[in-house]
Design a protein around this ligand. Sequence first.
Ligand code: FRU
Length: 537
Amino acid sequence: ATSEQPYRTAFHFQPPQNWMNDPNGPMCYNGVYHLFYQYNPFGPLWNLRMYWAHSVSHDLINWIHLDLAFAPTEPFDINGCLSGSATVLPGNKPIMLYTGIDTENRQVQNLAVPKDLSDPYLREWVKHTGNPIISLPEEIQPDDFRDPTTTWLEEDGTWRLLVGSQKDKTGIAFLYHSGDFVNWTKSDSPLHKVSGTGMWECVDFFPVWVDSTNGVDTSIINPSNRVKHVLKLGIQDHGKDCYLIGKYSADKENYVPEDELTLSTLRLDYGMYYASKSFFDPVKNRRIMTAWVNESDSEADVIARGWSGVQSFPRSLWLDKNQKQLLQWPIEEIEMLHQNEVSFHNKKLDGGSSLEVLGITASQADVKISFKLANLEEAEELDPSWVDPQLICSENDASKKGKFGPFGLLALASSDLREQTAIFFRVFRKNGRYVVLMCSDQSRSSMKNGIEKRTYGAFVDIDPQQDEISLRTLIDHSIVESFGGRGKTCITTRVYPTLAIGEQARLFAFNHGTESVEISELSAWSMKKAQMKVEEP
Ligand code: FRU
């Protein structure tokens, strides 16, 4: 019942119980979507001896939980089945690559195929008897070699894949090639490496169109000038998913990113969002990404409720028109769950005021709001020493009055506002231009102690003189997933309210700045519960 389990989600993917982390091998096969994930079948905490659980869906919204796909049973994976990726080979043949921890505790790469291609759910998988197909490189530590990517086909008919690694704190994406999928050779130079960044986990590498929001098949041949390549890296030391945009040259086997990898590199999400993995969906011609969103309460809380971890809501992603960053947006199937729409236009929100959004279930909602600002000359000057957006957000939480901002949403709020998760913007002047900051402030998200209530923040690359400042927030009991500037900046957080649960939760639009702002448009929906059930034997 909800009262006993107030933090279970209604439309974010979760297993019925136990520990879940990384999404593994997402793919679409004959119109059925598959999600595998890192799973501990014995309890709600992580354990290195990982299994792969498996769920399928016809719409990426409602899921059927199947039997486990991989268990650590063979010499090449006896100590754990770690993350990996799927590829649908020509002739419509799916294969899976994953990391195993072998009898000597070395990370190695393994191959598996479905037992019966006529089973629409591909329930059973067969591990290749010649595993491992890639063993640990000599110069690499045994636990620094994992998470093979989706493979891609080159013009000459051979395959490529990447495996994440590190050597002496230099993060490495090793490049391998193969003609037969069984014998793999490491290229002399890795696809990319950056010193001082530590282990790269769950590397993802995929093309994006420079002039279209459609997805690109990972194996697109002869990409010409119409694609760039995204290299996504999970920086283990920071628990952050960063990405680079650049040019991949198949002939030279090299990748030239447009920017250096630093701590201010672009991130898929500036909150809790890790080990993301994308796949190309041929049904709707798009690229979809999902990621593990960890808990932020205590181990004792996790043990008491018996589960840990959710998946982010699936996002479509594509290259922004400016070709400098990705845009991300909840997949359109979300509309299947919309009900009780409330909406209004052109409402002034005076400085220091708030407005309750009534008529929806605020603990389970999808909210879109956009703001128009006038008299921007009044905006405060950005202190030149304020360079770290997360720090600015932490030091200037939702209670701190500015001129333009904080304005935004109070999600999962109690009626007395003692509990609230504030997602908001501030607008500053900087060198005669304007800067938009987006924050997600969890400091008042729960009356409970012993919970990490960190505040997150990032800049949004929009010009408030030209563009409205928009926010979309998916609220689902214990997860708040926000998209600023139509998907330019995303912040996902986990919260554990004690008052603002179920029917008690409320939603407000607020403006704690001194200047008024106009809500040009607000639309909000209650969300129906997605069906997630275990397949009956
Ligand atoms: C990332 C990660 C992967 C590894 C898996 C183990 O969260 O550490 O590198 O394969 O989780 O569960």
